[in-house]
Design a protein around this ligand. Structure first.
Ligand code: GLY
Length: 372
């Protein structure tokens, strides 16, 4: 794991994150580059957005994380540097700064991270005002005896750790989309709660259909997992959560075993998609356990998707085929450097290996789309 940092270094990292992590320089948390010899081929896997956003730099998230890992940076620090690309890039409206806000127009962020070699973890939920919740999650791991801090407590902790707290993490784009959602939902606000919930969902989906929102941003999240040549495995997940959620709603992303699980002896798994479905089934934990029993990353992931399908029984969550009417994907890597992306329906995921960054097709459980 990375060296213990001084408070001064930490404060610099928290307040100047856009420069220290968003730029090409090595992160403050990293170890010095070192030659590595092992049979494990390093790899980084992530949700599709891991190979899209560069935050004005030259590298996508998986590229950045992979390059840092192969230069000897601690795997978790490298992965967090990778997801910082998504958190900080104003064009990414599902993660961090500019993530789609909750029903009150406030951006609330969730994240967790796990360090396989040291078996430590940290998380934050419903955090407001900090662009990089993944770094606050890492600070929980580094500086506390706890795993999960939420809401005002999480923000107070971040402030005390030297993170910059901003009044509003909306961008012009996320604020504009929230206003459009309000306009579409407003006539329904006085219905009974069930109808209002449905109307809210329908308004959100209609904005996806109208091309205003990237479907990936509706539950927008990045999960990123990696292994270095020594077989050290880590993972991080960070999100602005479900668009227009009830304030205080926390999804799967910051919950160990759901949005992320890492066992340094086995591998890592994390998710994007409908968090509630994952929370009911703790799929990241399930996937790691399946790998422990000998399954490949792909087979372990497919088992989790089948579990979600089996436990999805409410009619409102089923499509015309009687299958789950939502998307959910898992990104998986084992200690040997084998990896997979799996999804309920067709989706893509990001990978970086010695061959460079790639966007690959996830293995789908079902053909077609969630809405078919
Ligand atoms: N998977 C992200 C969320 O449901 O919040």
């Amino acid at each position: 794991m990375s060296k213990k940092i001084t408070r001064r270094e930490f404060v610099q990292t928290g307040t100047a994150v856009g420069v220290a992590i968003g730029g090409a320089s090595a992160p403050v948390f990293g170890k010095a580059p070192a030659l590595q010899t092992s049979s494990v081929k390093p790899v980084v896997v992530a949700s599709n957005n891991g190979n899209v956003y560069k935050n004005g730099g030259a590298q996508t998230g998986v590229q950045k994380a992979f390059n840092l890992i192969t230069r000897g940076t601690d795997v978790l620090d490298a992965l967090i540097a990778g997801v910082n690309n998504c958190e900080l890039d104003p064009a990414e409206s599902g993660v961090g700064y500019g993530g789609l806000p909750n029903a009150d127009g406030i951006v609330q962020l969730d994240s967790c991270c796990m360090h396989g070699p040291t078996k430590r973890a940290g998380g934050v939920a419903a955090l407001e005002g900090v662009r990089t919740p993944s770094l606050v999650a890492k600070a929980v791991l580094d500086h506390t005896d706890h795993h999960l801090l939420v809401g005002k407590g999480a923000q107070d902790f971040a402030r005390n750790m030297g993170f910059k707290i901003e009044d509003d993490l909306n961008t012009e784009k996320s604020r504009g989309l929230w206003l459009e959602w309000k306009r579409r939902i407003d006539p329904e606000h006085y219905l009974d709660p069930k109808k209002r919930g449905q109307a809210s969902h329908m308004a959100g989906l209609s904005m996806v259909r109208d091309g205003l929102i990237d479907p990936m941003s509706y539950y927008g999240t990045i999960n990123c997992d990696g292994v270095n040549a020594k077989g050290e495995v880590c993972g991080v997940t960070t999100t602005s959560g479900l668009a227009w959620k009830i304030p205080g709603r926390v999804g799967d992303s910051p919950i160990l075993g759901a949005g992320l699980y890492v066992d340094g002896d086995i591998g890592a798994a994390g998710s994007t998609g409908r968090g509630e479905a994952n929370l009911y089934n703790l799929c990241s934990f399930l996937i790691v356990e399946q790998m422990r029993m000998g399954k490949s990353p792909k087979d372990a992931g497919m088992e989790a998707l089948r579990r979600i399908q089996k436990n999805t029984v409410e009619k409102r969550l089923l499509n015309a085929r009687g299958l789950p009417s939502f998307g959910i994907s898992f990104y998986i890597v084992n200690k040997k450097g084998e990896y997979a992306g799996v999804s309920m329906y067709g989706a893509t995921y990001a990978v970086c290996t010695e061959n460079g960054p790639q966007t690959l097709q996830c293995e789908p459980l079902h053909p077609g789309r969630a809405t078919d």
